[in-house]
Ligand binder design. Structure first.
Ligand code: DNO
Length: 405
């Protein structure tokens, strides 16, 4: 290859000034870009230029760049098409204009009802002593059937699953049941609304009349309102897939499979309506062929979350090492490298990637972090992914010397 290749932009999620990992350490991990949000701005409120600029300057003062916003959250009134929806849509569009005015042009969001991502265990012990996040289908059924006691919940679980959940629930202590509830409703960073069990029950009722088709239509309304603004100001929007990528607690899903993504692209068929390709989320559904999906959607992917999950037969999964697990990460990376070559030839820019989540390991074990967002575990993930990209490039370069810029 004569021209120098495009390399992935290596980024790192930082939760802002309250994050126990300071920007200076992120730089040592080798990331050049930051993925963050104005977590203190209430959901639905305009992100002002002043606030954006302040955060951006803080990041740049450490020699880093604010590459991606994750996320500008979508208000429940937009997801449910009710209340102050139109005002929130206008505010969302204004936040995009303000971000663009500050030079931040990749914006991730999700359209998952009520809960953002969901796990049932935050410190699942791996054989090597490190800790991983886990979604256990039996625990999720215990919560649904016996703690939440959702109406008609039995319809969502097979008889075998119901029996397993009944047995597990009977063996759990009150503390264990409370811990499971907290993990599902309050445990994860990035979630906008922390809910008590009672609040979650009330909120679930608001989804009684909203099936996946209705949620998809509400998402299309969102797209029709904000994508033209994104296009006009050069912002690439990228929806994050559902995590897990199958229905939970009876809630509708619209971004779990290849068909879902094709449908939501078709709703407003322009590049500004794009995808966060999250191998961890999509990889938890055995129907998803990730290398093939990446190749299909490559030009609409604006942001990459790279991590791996190990799937189990009953739908449970845990977060494996970045290069191990059920997803062939080398095949995904090979498809990414091909897309980077296409972008280079077309004079386009590169793709930001972050190592998504990490095990809690080594020195991480004596520190507190946002669940999934440890220092050494993510450093390991980033290092492995960087090596994989270089290794693939080296093979393709057919023994001409090649190294990172
Ligand atoms: C977890 C995540 C989610 C995701 C948001 C995007 O680590 O991938 O928090 O960032 O759903 O809006």
């Amino acid at each position: 290859m004569s021209r120098s290749p495009l390399w992935l932009e290596q980024t790192w999620r930082w939760f802002g000034p309250d994050d126990p990992i300071p920007l200076a350490h992120i730089r040592q991990a080798g990331a050049t870009g930051i993925v963050t949000a104005l977590h203190h701005v209430p959901n639905g409120t305009v992100w002002t230029i002043e606030e954006i600029r302040r955060r951006k300057e803080e990041i740049e003062s450490r020699g880093l760049r604010w590459s991606v916003v994750e996320s500008v959250p979508v208000h429940e009134d937009i997801k449910q098409a009710k209340g102050r929806r139109d005002e929130y849509l206008a505010n969302y569009a204004q936040s995009l204009r303000n971000l663009s005015a500050c030079g931040i042009r990749v914006v991730c969001y999700n359209f998952m009802p009520l809960l953002d991502w969901t796990r049932t265990q935050l410190a699942w012990l791996l054989p090597n002593g490190a800790e991983a996040l886990r979604f256990d289908s039996v625990d999720a059924a215990v919560f649904d059937l016996f703690i939440l006691v959702r109406a008609c919940a039995e319809q969502s679980h097979s008889p075998a699953m119901q029996a397993a959940a009944k047995k597990r629930h009977a063996a759990m202590s009150t503390e264990e049941r409370d811990a499971l509830t907290r993990t599902i409703l309050l445990g994860l960073p990035g979630t906008v609304d922390d809910l008590t069990l009672e609040e979650f029950r009330t909120a679930l009722r608001q989804y009684d009349g909203i099936d996946s088709a209705t949620l998809r239509e509400n998402h299309a309304t969102f797209l029709r309102a904000v994508v033209p603004v994104a296009e006009e100001c050069g912002v690439s929007l990228c929806i994050h897939p559902d995590d897990p990528p199958f229905p939970i607690f009876g809630l509708p899903r619209i971004c779990s499979t290849q068909e879902d993504i094709a449908a939501l692209f078709a709703a407003v068929d322009v590049p500004a309506n794009g995808l966060t390709f999250c191998t961890g989320s999509l990889g938890a559904n055995p129907k998803n062929d990730l290398p093939a999906m990446f190749r299909q959607f490559a030009s609409r992917v604006h942001f990459l979350h790279l991590r791996n999950v190990r799937r189990e037969d009953d739908g449970s999964f845990y977060e494996a090492d970045h290069l191990a697990g059920s997803t062939d990460m080398a095949a995904v990376m090979r498809a990414i490298v091909d897309e980077l070559d296409r972008r280079a030839a077309a004079g386009e820019t590169t793709l930001p990637m972050r190592p998504d989540h990490g095990h809690r390991m080594l020195g991480d074990l004596s520190q507190r972090f946002y669940a999934g967002y440890s220092a050494i575990g993510r450093l390991k993930g980033l290092a492995e992914l960087r090596g994989l990209e270089l290794g693939i490039r080296h093979t393709l370069a057919n023994s001409s010397p090649i190294s990172y810029p």
